[in-house]
Design a protein around this ligand. Sequence first.
Ligand code: TYM
Length: 334
Amino acid sequence: MRIISGIQPTGNLHLGNYLGAIRRWVKLQDEVEGADNFLIFLADLHAITVYNDPAELRRNIHGMAAALVACGIDPARTVLFNHARVPAHAEMAWLLGCTARIGWLNRMTQFKEKSGKNREGVSIGLYAYPVLQAADVLLYQATHVPVGEDQKQHIELTRDIAMKFNTDYGVDLFTVPEPLIGDTAARIMSLRDGRSKMSKSDPSDMSRINLSDDDDSIAQKIRKAKTDPEPLPDSFEALSGRPEAENLVSIYAALTDRTPQSVVEEYAGKGFGAFKPALADLLVESLGPIRGRLDDFAADPAALDRILADGSARAAELAKPTLEGAYRALGLPR
Ligand code: TYM
C-alpha cells in the first residue's frame, strides 16, 4: 500500500479539510507499513492557477505546513513536501497532458464551478490542473488516495489517464490508484447553506469553522448556524431533506468517531437548543489544542522550510524511476 494526498496551501484551513481529509491522513499515517509509503504534499503549483499575491502565497505555504504538523502529520513518518520543490510533478504533468483528452477535462465539474460564466477568461492552468493532479499520484505508484467526495472525479480521471498511457505505449508503468473516501465526513457542508460544501472560497466567514478560529468564534458560528425548528428524530435516515441538521450531526459524529445514527439516538426528541451547545463544546475541545500547536510551529518558518526541503528531496528520489520510465516509454532519450 502506498498512499498519497495533497492540499492547496490557501489561507484558511477549515473543518471540511480537517474532517474530510487531514484527520483521516493522521490515522492512516499510523497504519501504513514501510518507510516512504505515506506522502502528503502542499499543492502550491495548483494554488497559482488563480492569481495569488506572492508574499501571501509564501505565508500560506508556511501556514499550511504548520497546520498539517499541528494536526498530527509527523515528518519523520510521512514524506511531507511541496510541489514547487519537486520539478518531476510539472514535467510529468506535461507528459500526461499529451495522453489526457480534452473531452475528459471538459467533464470536470470543479472546473465548471470555478470558472463559472468566465470560462474564456480563466487560466489554462485552472483547466489543465486535473492532469497535474494525476501526475501527483502516478509519479509515486500510489495505490490509494484519501480525499473528500469533491475530489473523486479527479481520481477517476487519474485512473483513465494511467490506463490509456499503459495501453497506448504497451507498458505496465503506472499503478491504477483507488480513491479512499470516508463515509461520515466526506462532504462537510456550509454552516449557512446545507446544500453547498464548506469552502475557503465562500465569501461568508460564518459559513465555515477555520482551524485558526478562537473559542468564542467557534461557539458563535455554531449558535448562528442555520437549522430548522424540528427536534432531532430517532434515525439518521429521517434527517433526509434537512441538510443543515444532517451536516451538524455528521460533524458531531466525525469528531467523536461515532456513527451519525448513534448521535441522533442520543439526541432524539431534543431540539437544536440542546444539540448546538454540545457540538460547540466538542469543537472547542477538539480544535483548541491544534490551534495552540499551530501558533508554535507558525512562529518558526525556517524549521518548516527545513521539513519541506527534506521531504521534497525524498519525494524527488521516489518520483525519479517513474518519470524516467515515462520518458523511455514515449521514446524520448535523455
Ligand atoms: P483542497 O485543497 O481543495 O482540499 C484538501 C482536501 O480536503 C477535502 N475537502 C473536504 N472534505 C469534506 N468536506 C469539505 N467541505 C471539504 N473541502 C475540502 C478535499 O476533498 C481534499 O481531500 N485538488 C486537491 C489537492 C490535490 C490532490 C492531489 C489531492 C492536488 N493534487 C493529488 C489528492 C491527490 C484540492 O484542491 O484539495
